[in-house]
Design a protein. Sequence first.
Length: 303
Amino acid sequence: MKTWQYALIVFLGGCCYGALSTFVKLAYSAGFTTAEVTGSQYLLGTILIWMVALFTKKKKLTLPQIGKLLISGIPLGLTGVFYYQSLQTLHASLAIIFLFQFVWIGSLFEWFFYKKAPTIGKIVSIGILVIGSILAAGIITEGGGGITWQGTIWGLLSALTYTSFIFLSSTVGKDTPAVQKSALFATGGLIAVLILVQPTELLHLPVFMGVAPYGLYLGILGVSLPPLLLSIGMPHIGPGLGTILTASELPVAIILSSLVLAEQVSTSQWIGVVLILGGIIAGNVKLPKAKMKSVSFERESAS
């Protein structure tokens, strides 16, 4: 496959995540609870990814290795619970803004755990992202009328746990085949969901059959498909371009919330979205020409 094809695969992985919030809102409007929606998503999604794993290459793992992968999947399940809780009181177009704060939280993680202080360019990109978030949330133009403190807390918690999952998934089980690794992550997420929200309502057949179409859709696009797409494409395009392409989640979420849920998105909010994407791009794009000039200058100085 060519590089642009791998890039498209990663882009589609981001789009999958972006479609989740709209269908969670539809499930809520149909009368289902966060526990029922999240429980059905992770139950069906985990079953699907293990069905795929049965027919793909697997590696024999020790119990400690399996335990690490399962534990690393816990933040994934927590992200689903927290994000869907935020959707109880926030518009889908607003909840995704809070989730996207994982970009600057990730820089704090690097600083705290790896003692890697953010560069000037990274600080500038974070500043752009924060300004964009303020505009996208409508805090200035609309006084933040659509924001609730409950939704804000849940949304920021989802950003924190999502950052945790990104860091753990990039360090644990590097030699484990992608599908097997994703299946164990999903299982860890399912365990966290079952313990935290205890979706016992799913034991009632009418409830399960009613929420199953939503859970199946969310399971495919939120648990099974994206990890596979990202594991295929990311190694071939790198984390910088990968971060930019997975940001497709943001505009997809807002466009769907506007078209499907008829949520009002103002011009200033769209400007904020553009600034957020710009901040992500500014923090990840490398300028090879500038780098080459710098290297050339250093060589000339040395000679």
